[in-house]
Every structure is written in C-alpha cells, then in structure tokens.
Design a protein around this ligand. Structure first.
Ligand SMILES: Nc1nc2c(ncn2[C@@H]2O[C@H](COP(=O)(O)OP(=O)(O)OP(=O)(O)O)[C@@H](O)[C@H]2O)c(=O)[nH]1
Length: 424
C-alpha cells in the first residue's frame, strides 16, 4: 500500500472574496487536525498572515505558518512555494496544508506547480525541476482546489473593466474570476448574507454552467465544514483542466435554451471566415448578456493560423490558436488524421479544417439575435470571391509561435485589444 501523503488545499479567489476569513474559520474549526498554512501575500504589508497568526494561536516558532511575499506563487514564486512546503514538511507530519493564494493568482499554474512538484501528474517534470532547482516532494499531494467567490460583488466583477496587475501580467477582473471558477474542485459562494435568495440562485446557475464539475457550497464568513475542503481527495489535474463548462460544451454541444434561471449556452459553428472589419465592429458592441465565450475562429486573410476567442465578462481577448492542419506538411497532417479520425468527416476539399467553433454562455441571452450577428460577420458569397487581403483588419498580428505569444497576450495593453475596439 502506498504511504499516505499530506493533503494540500489551495484557496483562490478575487481580492476581498473571503479567503482569509475562510482560512481563519478552517483553523478555528480544525479540531484535532494539525494544519499548516502558507499565505502568499503581495507587497510589503502582510496583513493576512498577521490575522491568521492571531486567530489561530499559531506561533512563529512552530513554523506552521509561512508567508511568501513580494511575488506571486502562480509566477515567479513557484519554486519558493515548493521549497516552503518542503521545509515545512521535512520533519513534521501535518494532517493538511492550506495555501492561500493572492487575489490575482491564477489557480491553474499553481496547481500545475504543485502536481509537478509532488510528481503527481503525467507531465514530464524534467524541465520544471531544472528551471526551479527543486527536488520532487514525495510526502504531499495536491488534494483540493477551492475558489472563494464573493456573491455580493459577482455581477459587478463580471461587468467590471478593472484591469488587475499580477506582477506585470495585466488582466481584466472578470477574466480572472472566470479562470478561478473554471479551475477548481469546490466553489464557495461566500458573503451569502449580503445577497437575496433570487440573486444567489442566479449566481449558482451561472457558476454551474461555467464549472459543472465543482461542488458549490454557500457560505457566510467562510463558515465551511472543514471536511469539504481539507483531505477530500477531489483533485485530479486532468479532470480539473477539462472541467470548464465551455470545454464540455464544445465536446458535447447542446442548445440549452431553457436552462435554469436564464443561464443558457449554445455553440456557433461556421465553415466560412469572418469578415475582419465586421467581426471587429461586432466585438466593439458585444452583447453584455454574454458571460463567457470561448473557441477558435477563422478570420478572412489569416489562412495560416486559427485564432482563439476568449470572452469573460467585459474582457475580450484574441490569441493565436495554432496553425490550421491544412497548412501542415503532408506527414504532419497525416499524423493529425490518425490522432483525430473525426477530421475526415468535416474536412473541406478546398479549405481543410478551417472554420469557427465557439461556445457562448450567457444570462437572458437572445440566442437568435447573437447567432444572427455572428452570421452577418461571415463573408457573403460575393466576398468569398473577393481579395481577402484587401479587407480592413484591425485584429492584432501574431507572428510568434503560439507558446511564445501567450504571455504577452495576457496583457490587454500589448495584445492589441484596443486595436480591435473592445467595448467599454
Ligand atoms: N458580510 C460579509 N462579509 C464578509 C464575509 N466574508 C468575508 N467578509 C469580509 O470581507 C472582507 C474581506 O475578507 P477577507 O477574508 O480578508 O478576503 P480575502 O479574500 O482574504 O482578501 P485579500 O486577501 O485582500 O484578497 C473582510 O472585511 C471580511 O470580514 C461574509 O460572508 N459576509
């Protein structure tokens, strides 16, 4: 039998959602469990850690409380995070470790760091160990990822055009919130005392659509049963990476017109490209009732590369999604056909795999009107025969391979969003 390893819980959530409050509650209610806490605090003042220490009788000498400051555990402090857990657990057996991320941290890279660091994933960790200089930790496992959502601020956050700065990486608040919701095992819908029942039900419906796999628990002042988030055995990297509603919807599309509480979704598909000017104009006034949209699209004049469409609240991002299979050399194309036999069915004699497939999730959306808007952006028969290079194209140009472009694209100021006229 495998030895039991220490379960690690990661708490994420936007600024002020109630992470620290939840952590304090968990420490107070931890009973016989011996818990260690690791708090990632950006900047000079580490208020969170003080609070934790105060309310949980943890003394610094016991070294059960570790602060990681001046950086973010989803970026430059990834190695430090593992070092700190290694230090903590070198001579001591804990019943659990709770990591509180900063309000700007993305859960996926943190989970990736931990699964690699705990040698718990199928990914090849060699490069990671070389880069961070750490040794794999065999005495821990990533057990539960928890996202705390502020019920009171949810709608405001989704509609906000506030830009957050995570150590140089700029992101819309809605974008971060959606990422945190889409990647977790447990969603704590906190601050339920500040919101009426109808609003809570509506937020729950949205959360369920964005993240069908997670357990959603309503809380006030983070009062959660400790067993719901410590040592639950819920985390699985592959499942968590594939659990977002938009991914599931793309895999098994269904037009959900009468979902609960006005939250519905549909998949838009087309085998003609979008007219770059009309599509950019549409994005300039993109409907507010779309909460989330994601997928790839074909833009006329960009026959080499598929583009990724990524809407979360007020954030609209476009990024490279890789070359069309039709552009690959014959042997690579063959390999793709072997790996994805379903390609045969949809392959177009002239255009190969080029096309558009987007999931649209929203509240009280008018499906027909949004579909029509997308349809109107497609090239007409006449335009199909025109010179596509002559169309006005305000979308950013992507010359780098997708991997290299990714970081830069996270920055709304550098990814050309202004160029494509994002709606305020
Ligand atoms: N009314 C109400 N207030 C809450 C609730 N949960 C937390 N708060 C308050 O919300 C504020 C922020 O809570 P924190 O726990 O510090 O939030 P956080 O997510 O740790 O915040 P950062 O560390 O700044 O990201 C505090 O004043 C809490 O007392 C709740 O359920 N209801």
């Amino acid at each position: 039998m495998e030895a039991k390893t220490i379960p690690v819980t990661v708490l994420s959530g936007t600024l002020g959602a109630g992470k620290t409050t939840t952590l304090n509650h968990v420490l107070r209610e931890s009973g016989d469990r011996d818990l260690a806490v690791l708090v990632n605090d950006m900047g000079e003042v580490n208020v969170d850690a003080d609070l934790v220490a105060e309310s949980s009788d943890i003394s610094a000498e016991e070294e059960e409380l570790v602060e990681l400051s001046n950086g973010c555990i989803c970026c430059e402090l990834r190695g430090d995070l593992l070092d700190a857990i290694g230090e903590l657990t070198r001579d001591r057996e804990f019943d659990g470790i709770v990591v509180e991320s900063t309000g700007v941290a993305e859960p996926l890279p943190v989970a990736q760091t931990l699964t690699l660091g705990f040698d718990q994933s199928d990914l090849d960790p060699t490069e990671f160990y070389e880069e961070t200089g750490i040794e794999p930790l065999e005495n821990c496992h990533l057990d539960t990822t928890v996202t705390v959502v502020d019920a009171h601020q949810f709608h405001e956050a989704m509609q906000s055009d506030e830009i957050l700065d995570d150590d140089g990486t700029k992101k819309h608040l809605g974008d971060l919130l959606v990422e945190q919701v889409e990647f977790c095992d447990v969603l704590l819908l906190n601050k339920c005392d500040l919101v009426d029942e109808a609003t809570l039900v509506e937020i729950e419906a949205t959360l369920e659509t964005l993240q069908p796999r997670a357990e959603i628990v309503r809380t006030t002042h983070g009062r959660i049963d400790v067993d719901e988030i410590v040592d639950t055995g819920r985390f699985d990297f592959e499942d968590a990476s594939r659990s977002a509603g938009w991914i599931q919807e793309l895999q098994e599309p269904h037009e959900s017109a009468e979902e609960e509480h006005g939250v519905t979704s549909f998949v838009f598909e087309a085998r003609r490209p979008f007219h770059p000017e009309r599509f950019a104009d549409f994005l300039d006034s993109f409907p507010d009732d779309v909460v989330r949209s994601k997928g790839h699209f074909w833009l006329a004049g960009r026959e080499e590369m598929a583009l990724m469409f990524n809407v979360a609240g007020q954030s609209i991002r476009v990024a490279p999604a890789g070359n069309w299979i039709a552009t690959l050399p014959p042997e690579e194309r063959e390999a793709q056909f072997e790996a994805h036999p379903e390609l045969e069915e949809t392959w177009d004699d002239e255009w190969g795999d080029r096309g558009t497939r987007l999931v649209v999730i929203g509240t009280e959306m008018d499906h027909e009107s949004i579909r029509n808007h997308f349809e109107l952006c497609l090239l007409t028969d006449e335009e199909m025969d025109a010179d596509w290079g002559a169309f006005e194209d305000r979308f950013p140009t992507f010359e780098q391979p997708p991997d290299a472009a990714d970081d830069e694209l996270d920055d709304p100021e550098s990814n050309g969003q202004e160029e494509i006229g994002i709606a305020d």
